[in-house]
Design a protein around this ligand. Structure first.
Ligand code: HEM
Length: 133
């Protein structure tokens, strides 16, 4: 199992035009503090920004510096001084994304799910490293 298999799974998810709708439905319902944070958000735009953010995460983990620059920027916007996203909330983000993959990728196996979790955890760790910076 490697990043390549996770990216292939993600491509299968993205073929489904409802994938990011499914994700935000799962994510907003996952913890009571989350939905209010997106109360004034233009969700169509947000879905496209998240799609770009996930691409940056994969690029970063693949060693591409453009991805690292993109992920650094997300780390800064979400940090304590800016949006102040509590680092504990990223577990809900990971669980919601994996739940959405389960709903959209019919080829998902338990091993692939573990690889997804490892991959997302590495990206999240990078973002969270900017929290108090
Ligand atoms: C790996 C995880 C995440 C990624 C890749 C991500 C990505 C993004 C991106 C690309 C934006 C657009 C603004 C920008 O470019 O900085 C954004 C905005 C935002 N994110 Fe995240 N995010 C993540 C996790 C979270 C979590 C865990 C929360 C809260 C529980 C959160 C809450 C928000 C909020 C409130 C906004 C602003 C929405 C608005 O403009 O109204 N994000 N995120």
């Amino acid at each position: 199992m490697s990043l390549a298999e996770v990216k292939e799974s993600y491509s299968r998810c993205c073929v489904n035009p409802k994938f990011f709708d499914v994700f935000y439905a799962n994510f907003l319902a996952s913890h009571p503090t989350i939905a209010p944070m997106f109360a004034k958000t233009e969700m169509t735009k947000q879905k496209s920004l998240l799609r770009q953010g996930i691409s940056m995460l994969f690029m970063h983990l693949g060693g591409n510096g453009v991805g690292t620059t993109g992920l650094n920027r997300i780390g800064e916007s979400h940090n304590k001084k800016n949006m102040n996203i509590d680092p504990n909330l990223y577990d809900f983000w990971i669980n919601s994304l994996v739940k959405s993959v389960k709903q959209c990728d019919e080829k998902l196996t338990p091993e692939l799910e573990m690889e997804w979790r490892k991959t997302l955890r590495s990206g999240v760790d990078h973002i969270v490293s900017f929290y108090s910076a």
